[in-house]
Each structure stands twice: as C-alpha cells, then as structure tokens.
Design a protein around this ligand. Sequence first.
Ligand code: PLP
Length: 443
Amino acid sequence: MTHMLYPTTNLTATEQLVITHGEGVYVYDNQGRQYLEGMSGLWCTALGYGNEEVVETAARQMRTLSYSHLFGGKTHPAAMELADKLSAMVPMADARVFLGNSGSDANDTQVKLLRYYFNAIGKPEKYKIISRERAYHGVTVAAASLTGLAPNHTHFSLPFDALGVLRTGAPHFYRDGLPGETEEQFANRRADELEALILAEGPETIAAFIAEPISGAGGVIVPPAGYFEKVQALLRKYDILMWDDEVICGFGRTGADFGATSLGIQPQLMSLAKALSSAYMPVSAALITGDMYDVMVEPSAQVGIFGHGYTYGGHPVACAVASKVLEIYQREQLFERARVMGLYMQQKLQAFADHPLVGEVRGMGMIAALELVANKQTRQAFNGNAVGAYCQLRCQEHGLIVRAMGGNSVALCPPLVISEAQVDELVEKLGRALDETLAHVIR
Ligand code: PLP
C-alpha cells in the first residue's frame, strides 16, 4: 500500500499489477511474470520496449541540452526538427505545429487555436465544436468536455455550454444500426442527423467537427464505408473545419501513416501524441493548416498574444526522442509492416466471430476489439462491465494484457513490431480466456 491515487478508479484501489520492466513486445511484473503487451500500454508503445537507439538519443539530448522552452519564440534544434518533420509528414498543406505533452493538452490547445483563429478572421461567434458520442479526446477540462463518455463527465460539472460542445451519434453500425438497415443507410442516417444538428444550431456558430478516425476508448469503432465522405461533404457545405484526433490512430496504427489516410479524411486540424514518441517520452502536437496560419498572421487580423503554452511543451528530450522514433518508423518501414501484420492479425481474430460470447470482431490494421454479448442473435448487451473485466483478468492470468472497455468490448492494440508468432501467441491466449469467460458466464 503506497500513497498513490490511481486514475480511473474510485481512489480506494490498491496496487493491482506492478510492472517493473519491458523488452520488445513483453513487459514483466515484480514477480518476474511475462506479459505480451496486447495494448501497447495505453495504445502508445508502437516500437515496443527497450529500444537502445531511442534510449541513446534521450541520453545524448539530456547531456547536450536537458531543457529549454519555446515561449516568445525562443527555440532549440530538437523542437524545430520535430515540427518540420511532422509538417512534412501529415496530410495537410504546410501545417504549423504547436508542441505539448499529452493528447489532452493538444486538444485543449486546438480549442484555443480555434477561438483565436475565428477571432482573427472576425467571426468570434463561430466557436462551437461538434463531437460524437463515445468519442475519447482526453481528460483536461476542455478535452473531457469533448469526450463523449459519461464516466469522464460525472462529478466534474464540465463547461459544455461555455465551450459550445455539441454531440452527435457515433458511427457504430453493430450497436446503433436499426433492424433491416444497411451500413450505407446507417451512414446516411448519421449524416442526416449531423446536418440537422448543424442547421438547428446555425452553421455560422460552428467552428469544427472533431473525430477520431477509429474511436479507440469508446470501443474501437470502425465507421462504415462512406461515413467520413458524407460527413466531410457536410462540413465543406457549411464551412466547418475537420479536426482529426489521431492520438491513437496516428503513426501506423491503422496500417497507414495516419488514420486519415486509411479513412479518406482531409483534416484542417490534427492532434498527435502517444506513438509520436512511441511513449518513450510524453509529447504531443496540435497542427493547423498553413492556410489557417496565413490568415491569422495577416496584419489586419492581428488580435494580440496567443496566451497559451506549457512549460514542458517542446521539451528537447521529448522532441529528440520523437524525431528518432519517426526516423525508425521510416527506416524500418513499420507502417507497411503494420499493414501486412494487421491483415494477418485481423484475419486470425475473425476466427472468434463464431465464439458464442463474441457479438462482433472489428478492427483495422493493428487495432481491434471483440464485443462480448449476452445474446449473439439479438446482440443483447450484458448488464454492467463485469464480463469484459473478467475476460481481461483471464488474459492477464495467461500472460496477455488486453483492455476491457465500457460495453464489454475487449481491445487489442499490440506494438507494431509484433511478429507473426507473437500474434499467434496473443490469439491463443485470448481464445483460452474467452472460453473461460464463457464457462464463467454460463455458471
Ligand atoms: N485523444 C484520443 C483519441 C485518445 O485516445 C487519448 C488518450 O487515450 C487522448 C486524446 C488523450 O491523450 P492523453 O491521455 O495523452 O492526454
């Protein structure tokens, strides 16, 4: 028993699992037990653990310049290099980069950049942001307000109205499709609902639509074909910016460089974190297009200081590590590897579609989820989250880390460096845990 307060518990939780070290795709606990990290920590350790090249880079940067900041235009080579690399990499023209420490703070930065931008172009009334149910965008006050999951709202009296947060439906066909509805009809219905919301609020009041290409924490929701095409047609029609939260999907996870590439998204804003440094250091980036930047900085648009920035934003060690990680992704062609290994993993996981407990197997590239249901035919969900939690525990007993999410979906998001044999190991352990969970549920 230590003096820790643990996140996402009722704060009375005591130590559950003490992880002491990691190597490749495995982590080890204080009893010396090995676990295949099937979740890359919290969807982030894409390169796996213990990469010596990254470790060396961090040590070298600490010796050279352990800290400097970016306030007022003071800068350092590691931040400049990272910003330029990101700008060249993302599917946005001449992107400008604001560096931070976490996905949540990148999203808070974007909320402020949006306000600043619309003030600069003389449209301060255009401030509302449409977010989706079951979206996860972080836990700082603004990011938590954008998040569409009740547990992240309860107790906190979040300022939804002050921030102008609007909510629209999630593109989850398996859960929300109506009887007899096709995926295309479902996507059309979601687009119609979005248009109705835009018209009810007034397009002139709406700044942006925020979406994860594939919603992660909300249950690994892969949208139906055509969904983002329809959404983006509406955004263009009503002059609303597309804000792409790539905190999970970025850097190979979906089997391409970004989730935007896999799903045909053309963003004006992008938020990046997690695999940006493969979680070797906390670092994030909020990106806007060169067009947005250009109009903001015109003399006639000047609205004064953008009074925002973090002490550790653009930390030299974090930036040097992130640049090295991006170099390794490219050199080792890890996004292409993720595409190929992702096909293998998804195909192996499809074998569970016949399992009596599994309602849906879904995913893309190296991210997936199995939704556990009480009745396969009717798709009836279990009450509460105990079944998913039990399955997660059984996996852990077998030396596999997965993540049970609300609604009893079990998520998988292994490091991109996982081998075929290790995917087989993951699937075999998961299969055993599923059978044990079924036996537990029947009993
Ligand atoms: N956005 C998405 C899509 C996320 O999945 C997360 C975290 O899981 C965040 C934002 C918040 O990132 P962080 O936990 O680094 O603040």
